[in-house]
Design a protein around this ligand. Structure first.
Ligand SMILES: *Cc1c(COP(=O)(O)O)cnc(C)c1O
Length: 397
């Protein structure tokens, strides 16, 4: 018999979300998450993955994964600090450090878990964290877990950051103060103002933490937002994911040796949750190697992004102010946004609607994630569908 209180809670909350058009029905992809996917037997052009470089289905990485299974098995067998640190994890971390241009790196099981781990290993209740208003959910949760005072600053507003940082310093209430930001904001595709953030941090002795989940593999010839601005020596914690452009799964922090030494003894998901599988570690290492050897995939990604943006803009859609290949089509009202996405789906384009609470109320959007794996023909087909549905729904002329 289940709890009456739980039943009531679930019934009320699910009904409430459905009434407000905020209930997300999850689709199942039948097969690989490539530039085209199949859902419900229907073939679709996929504009919703984070598989920026197409590496999730890369043939070389498949081979490397299979080899790692043959030599190391399917599981790591333990948490990293007992005896789950395999030579493959070690190699991965060396590769990440080389890729990021830092002394060392630590890898985790996911980017989300990495933010849970690293923020609370460094910050505590006697500290304060200045956090961009549009930071990712995992940053918000990681900050909460640390029990530090969380001070939100207006999105990318450097005057507000400076003012609040000064107040925090002058209050004398905190031992340490951190500023934390996404490198690339995934809902709009804009880039954090890292040169100014670093300048403020140097002036006021703030710890700097950049979550580069959407910048890695995209900016700075693939090495990320920090490299893009040439700030490798100025950012204390460069966090990233192996699950997006890298195409596999996992997360990491790159930084100074003493920081990484500390995270290896103090970050709880590293101590208490089993390491990623041999296949994951080997594939991630190889993916980074491919990125370090050639810029071809990154260039293709940008070329496709520029093309999609230009064409959608020409048609009259509001594509916001993205500075990266991420291409939002901003619609506004939640229900209309979902209807638009549904109509695209029925015409063979998978571009997921993103609404509150992922983005602020009234800024619903259909977000397009072009990748290096899309052909021009696929993009043209998608653009044609956008044009037709946009006209039918009265969004463009
Ligand atoms: C996706 C994302 C994460 C989480 O990464 P996973 O590896 O998918 O857990 C963390 N931060 C940001 C900004 C992200 O976009």
């Amino acid at each position: 018999m289940s709890s009456k209180a739980l039943e009531q809670f679930l019934r009320d909350n699910i009904a409430d979300l459905k009434n407000r058009g905020l209930y997300n029905e999850i689709d199942t992809v039948e097969g690989a998450n490539g530039p085209e996917i199949q859902i419900g037997g229907r073939k679709l052009i996929n504009l919703s993955s984070n598989n920026y470089l197409g590496l999730a289905t890369n043939d070389t990485l498949k081979v490397v994964s299979k080899e790692a299974i043959d030599t190391h098995g399917v599981g790591a067998g333990a948490v990293r600090t007992i005896n789950g640190t395999l030579d493959l994890h070690q190699k991965l971390e060396e590769k990440i450090a080389a890729f990021k241009g830092t002394e060392a790196a630590i890898s985790y099981q996911s980017g989300f878990n990495c933010n849970m781990a690293a923020i609370s290993a460094v910050m505590n209740k006697d500290d304060a964290i200045l956090s961009d208003a549009l930071n990712h959910a995992s940053i918000i949760d990681g900050c909460r877990l640390s029990r530090a005072k969380i001070i939100r600053y207006k999105h990318s507003d450097m005057n507000d950051l400076r003012k609040q940082a000064k107040e925090a310093v002058e209050s004398g209430k905190y031992n340490k103060i951190m500023v934390i930001t996404d490198g690339v904001f995934s809902m709009d595709g804009d880039i954090a103002k890292l040169p100014e953030i670093v300048e403020i941090a140097e002036e006021l002795d703030l710890i700097t933490y950049v979550d580069d989940a959407h910048g890695s593999g995209v900016l700075g010839n693939g090495a990320g937002t920090v490299k893009h601005f040439g700030l490798q020596d100025k950012v204390d914690l460069q966090m990233g994911t192996l699950s997006k452009a890298i195409g596999v799964v996992g997360g990491y922090v790159a930084g100074k040796q003493n920081l990484i030494d500390w995270l290896k003894v103090a970050s709880r998901p590293f101590l208490f949750s089993t390491a990623v599988t041999p296949a994951d570690a080997a594939a991630s290492t190889k993916a980074i190697e491919l990125l370090m050897e050639s810029n071809e995939l990154v260039e293709k990604l940008w070329e496709n992004g520029a093309y999609l943006k230009a064409e959608l803009k020409k048609l009259g859609f509001d594509i916001g102010n993205s500075e990266t290949p991420i291409t939002p089509v901003i619609i506004g009202e939640e229900k209309v946004t979902q209807e638009f996405s549904k109509r695209l789906f029925e015409s063979g384009v998978y571009a997921k609607s993103i609404v509150f609470p992922t983005v602020p109320r009234g800024t619903g959007r259909v977000r397009n994630m072009p990748t290096a794996a899309h052909t021009k023909e696929m993009l043209d087909e998608a653009i044609e569908v956008y044009k037709r549905i946009g006209k039918e729904m009265g969004m463009i002329e």
